[in-house]
Design a protein around this ligand. Structure first.
Ligand SMILES: Cc1ncc(COP(=O)(O)O)c(C=O)c1O
Length: 394
């Protein structure tokens, strides 16, 4: 049974895309198979030529992958979705599928480190040029356009400073230039921001984050219209094979069932923590998209329906201060991951953004004292005790 199109997101997260086998299983089945057996040579030929639908090989597709893709598409309001082994496989495919040698990409500077590497180091090897802009400055997006610009790329909110960019305005600039806008929507989650409805052409996720949400598997997803997927990604994914494993697809499918409950609770707790820590005398600043003092609060109000479970704050005393704070935590884990049931904290300068020069980090507002907190499902008071106790040690 598939969920009706007009069910609300929470309902779609539980029911959309379910395919039942002849056994009538209640929970979605895990089809742990590489290939498929055909009832006849004729049917095998017809399936291979695409004359009749059906699975042929799990690098191409698999019923458990299909359920995950259909549930993601229903949640996002997208015509089509394709799953990938990781979020980076989704980002790399989403970009590479849209460009040819000689093309040009415009991207916001504030990107997850690996995404910047793909643009600056990898695409450049194939003769694809790029311009990095301050994502907030619409004029910079406009001025960066060349005759060969094919793709605009950004994440919003950004990693790790939680800047929020105007998707509708940037999509308009991209479309006027004949380019497509690809949005990495990991930080907002599909619950709080719908880039396709705001004008983006392609949305990508690291499903490793909130969608799994319990630290188990990696995965990714690309969502767009059927035409964009077929024209740009379908063959690229099939022939190069960055496929999601059926097991991971199954874990992520079950993760989707509880996504709204987890992310809503985490966001509620994050908002309380942000309010409590804002103005703390050991911090120089705090950024949370759910607060009125967020630098782009007007854009947040226009395009997001929730603030997310992520908070960024700068500890006094630079790296030394940040390390004293991190080492003073006993409940919250030091890691580079996010979106988990467990609260996690990251020091971007020495982890996710280590590759950038100090000047590049300064340009992005990533000071040595900045930390990024991903709020989990623990009791808010336990988290506050841990955070304020560690701040006392700074
Ligand atoms: C914003 C963003 N995009 C993409 C990725 C890549 O995802 P993955 O680790 O699943 O490849 C990450 C995190 O790793 C991320 O934070």
């Amino acid at each position: 049974m598939s969920a009706k199109k007009d069910y609300r997101p929470e309902t779609r997260l539980v029911h959309a895309g379910t395919l039942r086998s002849q056994f009538g299983e209640m929970s979605e089945a895990l089809f742990l198979t590489q290939g498929y057996i055909y009832p006849s040579a004729e049917e095998c030929e017809a399936r291979f030529s695409g004359k009749i639908p059906g699975y042929v090989y799990s690098r191409y597709s698999n019923p458990t992958m299909s359920m995950f893709e259909q549930r993601m598409a229903a949640l996002e309001g997208a015509e089509a979705a394709r799953s990938t082994a990781t979020g980076m496989a989704a980002v790399t495919t989403a970009l590479m599928g849209l460009v040819r040698m000689g093309d040009h990409v415009v991207a916001a500077k504030a990107l997850f480190g690996s995404c910047r590497w793909v643009i600056e180091e990898w695409l450049a090897r194939f003769g694809v040029t790029f311009t990095l802009v301050d994502g907030e400055d619409l004029d910079q997006w406009k001025k960066a356009v060349t005759r060969n610009t094919k793709v605009f790329f950004m994440e919003t909110p950004t990693n790790p400073t939680l800047q929020v960019y105007d998707i509708t305005a940037i999509a308009e600039i991209a479309h006027a230039a004949g380019a497509k806008l690809v949005v990495d929507n990991v930080f907002a989650t599909p619950l709080y921001q719908s880039p396709l409805k705001l004008g983006a052409d392609v949305v990508v996720y690291s499903a490793t984050k909130h969608i799994d949400g319990q630290g188990r598997v990696l995965g990714g997803c690309i969502l767009a219209t059927e035409k964009i997927i077929v024209d740009n990604y379908h063959q690229l994914l099939r022939q190069t094979g960055p496929s999601l494993s059926p097991f991971n697809a199954w874990v992520l499918l079950k993760g989707l069932e509880t996504l709204s409950v987890r992310v809503e609770r985490e966001t509620e707790t994050a908002a309380k923590i942000a309010d409590r820590l804002s103005g703390h005398d050991r911090l120089t600043r705090l950024i949370y998209p759910g607060r009125e003092d967020h630098p782009q609060a007007a854009i947040v109000a226009k395009q997001m329906t929730g603030g997310s479970n992520l908070i960024a704050f700068e500890i006094k005393g630079g790296k030394e201060g940040a390390f004293r704070f991190l080492n003073g935590l006993s409940l919250i884990g030091i890691t580079n991951n996010l979106g988990d049931a467990k609260s996690l904290i990251t020091h971007p300068t020495t982890t996710t953004h280590q590759r950038l020069t100090p000047e590049q980090r300064a340009e992005l507002g990533i000071g040595d004292g900045l930390v990024r907190l991903s709020v989990g499902l623990e009791h808010v008071d336990d988290l506050l005790e841990d955070l304020t106790g560690a701040l006392d040690k700074v």
